[in-house]
Design a protein around this ligand. Structure first.
Ligand SMILES: Nc1nc2c(ncn2[C@@H]2O[C@H](COP(=O)(O)OP(=O)(O)OP(=O)(O)O)[C@@H](O)[C@H]2O)c(=O)[nH]1
Ligand SMILES: [Mg+2]
Length: 511
């Protein structure tokens, strides 16, 4: 079959995706996705219609220079974010008081900061330092003595091309002052995570989400820069006499509005997909967890999907994708791979992703994957659970989370593991069978699926209907009448009613 013919054939066979969900990808990608769809193995939210034209370049890109040119000149970290860097990582921490770190240590936080840096291509950690603070609000952040030490170290060590201060977000005056004193770009957690997102965002939706996540960063930095500067802006059509700051705020607002509108468009499509999914009655299982815990690996291990690529990187997965797996009783469920959680970043950074996540998490069951070998497991668990609690999710879903402790192959002998955590390894396969059984039970419970036995004529319409619409997990011949089969079927209440209507009510009316 010619490719175009194949694609249109595939398209007609796939009513669950509408052309409204098209986004620009080239034809080859189209074909791969459609093939996957046909095999019913995998489809992601960013589906493409073979009939769509390539979408024009977003207007958003054109705005960018206009808005960010000036900021880029003011802040080295914005200007030089895309360059490779040799990074001096500084972990400030409060020694005493309520702002002290809980459930973790400065050393573990420093290690996570180093891992964040290593996630960026061509970025390398060349030096690191723990620095005690009395408060995060000091104008220079650090005390005089520590600051002198940091300046001296940065300037004397030629290999250092930037500094990463691992705090949620530096205040603008701290940021400007540190860059001035150190003479290199200074990054905070917010800007590093944005950089990582930028590097990993592949689909249109992820790119838009990153663009949206970046805006609050500029908000805080626009205020205060160029105070008092007056800029006649009639040439950019916004009206005259505004301060430069006001103009940029207005441009940022406009940018924010446009991005949100585009995201909402995609979201509508996603919701459509969701309702279609529901119509098809594939139960969905959302797989969540701290970044790098092994969510993608677990899905790969359960589905044997070769195309899935787990990576030893923070935020390797930025897009929500769906992957089919067949449970022991032949019930097909869709596993939803999601973006990882991370602690201590401004909530507005994750917000655009959380919206997507919330859609994904309206699942029938949630699996929470933890990395048992991580020394910060407990703090990571808290981050995930508290983020989940901020989302609007049904209580019964939250109450029935399956907690999976992954990487059990890596843990030290004698390490204590809470009893309610199911131990698994995606490397040696330990615990995966148990997980499938537990998952199946929970899917049955949360969706109201029931296992029943139905006697149907061998090869009849009832038999075909059940194979198509429900999950058949066993077939036996009827001892008393070989023309009949006894099918073991997993079926929802609604589907069973439909079956009864089709084959009992209608049949009796015909008589
Ligand atoms: N030893 C061991 N390593 C594992 C196991 N599961 C996953 N990994 C490794 O852990 C790293 C992260 O795995 P991913 O599956 O990408 O983790 P993730 O949770 O999807 O990460 P993000 O998408 O970045 O949030 C990879 O290097 C995997 O090979 C396991 O059971 N044992
Ligand atoms: Mg992943």
């Amino acid at each position: 079959m010619k490719l175009t013919k194949f694609v249109s054939f595939a398209w007609r066979c796939l009513p669950r995706i509408s052309s409204a969900e098209c986004r620009n990808l080239d034809f080859r990608v189209h074909k791969t996705i459609l093939l996957n769809l046909l095999r019913n193995r995998d489809y992601s939210y960013n589906q493409i219609c073979p009939y769509c034209k390539k979408t024009e370049n977003s207007e958003l890109d054109e705005d960018e220079d206009e808005i960010f040119k000036d900021l880029k000149n003011k802040l080295r970290s914005v200007r030089l974010a895309q360059d490779p860097h040799q990074v001096f990582v500084i972990q400030p921490y409060i020694k005493w008081g309520p702002k002290m770190l809980k459930n973790t240590t400065p050393q573990l936080q420093l290690e996570e900061a180093e891992a964040l840096v290593s996630t960026l291509p061509q970025w390398k950690v060349v030096s690191s330092l723990l620095v005690p603070l009395t408060s995060f609000d000091k104008a220079t952040l650090f005390s005089k003595g520590h600051l002198e030490n940091i300046v001296q170290k940065t300037r004397s060590q030629q290999t250092i091309s930037s500094v990463f201060v691992n705090v949620k977000s530096l205040q603008l005056h701290q940021h400007l002052l540190l860059e001035e004193m150190l003479q290199v770009p200074v990054f905070d957690r917010h800007s590093i995570v944005i950089n990582i997102f930028k590097n990993h965002a592949k689909t249109k939706e992820a790119k838009l989400q990153v663009a949206l996540a970046e805006i609050p960063y500029f908000w805080t930095r626009i205020k205060g820069i160029n105070e008092g500067e007056v800029f006649q802006v009639s040439n950019v059509g916004i009206g005259s006499g505004q301060t430069f700051e006001e103009t940029r705020i207005q441009i940022l607002r406009e940018r924010e509005r446009k991005i949100k509108a585009e995201i909402n468009k995609l979201r509508e499509n996603r919701q459509l997909l969701r309702s279609k999914r529901k119509g098809k009655e594939f139960p969905t299982v959302a797989v969540v967890g701290y970044t790098n815990a092994g969510k993608t690996s677990l899905i790969k291990a359960l589905t044997n999907e070769a195309a899935l690529k787990p990576e030893n990187k923070l935020f390797a997965t930025l897009d929500v994708t769906l992957h089919a797996v067949v449970l022991p009783t032949n019930v097909k469920v869709l596993l939803v791979d999601t973006i990882g959680f991370i602690s201590n970043i401004p909530s507005n950074l994750l917000e655009p992703f959380v919206v997507t996540l919330e859609d994904a998490l309206w699942a029938d069951v949630i699996i929470h994957v933890q990395d048992l070998s991580h020394p910060d497991r407990k703090a990571q668990e808290q981050t995930v659970l508290s983020t989940l609690r901020t989302l609007e999710l049904p209580q019964n879903l939250l109450n029935s989370i399956i907690t999976v402790g992954n990487k059990v192959d890596k843990i030290e002998e004698g390490q204590e593991i809470p009893e309610d955590i199911l131990q698994v390894s995606c490397v040696d396969g330990r615990g995966l069978k148990d997980l499938m059984n537990i998952l199946e039970k929970q899917v049955y419970k949360n969706t109201g699926l029931k296992k029943i036995k139905i006697k149907v004529p061998n090869g009849g319409d009832e038999y075909r209907w059940l194979y198509k619409e429900a999950a058949v997990f066993s077939v036996e011949e009827d001892d008393k009448n070989p023309q009949f089969l006894i099918l073991g079927v997993a079926i929802s209440h609604a589907k069973l009613e439909k079956f009864k209507y089709e084959f009992i009510v209608k049949a009796s009316k015909m008589k």
